[in-house]
Ligand binder design. Structure first.
Ligand code: ZN
Ligand code: ZN
Length: 243
């Protein structure tokens, strides 16, 4: 048997760099949101430079009518105007062909006879015929980060840093609970509950101090608690121009 099998009974193998990445990302928000966003921006730039002429990728993107809105924003902020132009021309041609194929011809007429609304059918055909390919990649990007998170939460220093942070957003907490071994999942849920109770108390203070009857200054850590809470509850994340 290969020697690596002895690791299987212990904690799963995890890249030591993942620990540093998670610790650094926790300072900015949900560490999964931060690291996935970073990885996706890299993947999008890589795609625009190196894979935009790859036929299978282009087929997938024509079917999905490009990327979802958050990933389109990354495309727009990416580094290749040429790549976006090539990609968009492709999708535009596909959409125009759909419009022309329907143009008052027999296809629409036949569908009308069958009782459908031809305009609604055309609307369906120009819409996405497949999911956003970048979104489909997410589980593959998240898996090693969750492995690293559960592995490192066994370490007291790492766990203390996690407890002092905002923890995971709702979306990544749910994904993490699904991916976790049972005991690790219970531990994560308890830590996150304590973090969210603390956040709730800060929100209480923020809301109280916004009442005109109180004339107390809003403290530094209270000022942007609404933003941290929005991230926690929705999974929304946008980096604050940190590059
Ligand atoms: Zn998240
Ligand atoms: Zn997407």
């Amino acid at each position: 048997m290969p020697q690596t099998h002895r690791h299987l009974k212990e904690a799963p193998v995890t890249d030591p760099r993942t620990r540093d990445d998670l610790l650094e990302a926790m300072r900015l928000g949900c560490p999964l949101c931060v690291l996935i966003e970073r990885a996706e921006r890299k993947a999008i730039d890589h795609f625009l430079y190196d894979q935009v002429n790859d036929i299978s990728q282009r087929d997938a993107l024509r079917a999905s009518r490009g990327l979802c809105l958050p990933h389109s924003e990354m495309l727009a902020e990416g580094r290749s105007a040429l790549g976006v132009a090539i990609l968009s021309r492709d999708i535009l041609r596909t959409l125009t062909a759909e419009l022309e194929a329907s143009g008052g011809g027999s296809r629409g007429g036949l569908k009308s006879l069958l009782g459908g609304n031809p305009n609604a059918q055309l609307a369906d055909r120009i819409g996405p015929q497949a999911g956003c390919p970048m979104c489909a990649e997410r589980p593959r990007l998240e898996a090693p980060l969750f492995t690293g998170l559960f592995h490192n939460l066994n370490d007291a220093n790492f766990a203390a840093a996690f407890d002092a942070s905002a923890g995971l957003c709702r979306v990544h907490l749910a994904n993490g609970l699904r991916a976790a071994p049972q005991a690790a999942g219970r531990d994560l849920a308890a830590r996150q509950a304590a973090i969210w109770r603390r956040m709730e108390a800060v929100l209480d203070e923020f809301i109280r101090k916004n009442d005109y009857r109180f004339n107390e200054p809003i403290l530094e850590h209270e000022r942007d608690v609404w933003r941290r809470a929005l991230q926690a509850t929705s999974g929304w994340y946008h980096r604050d121009g940190d590059e």
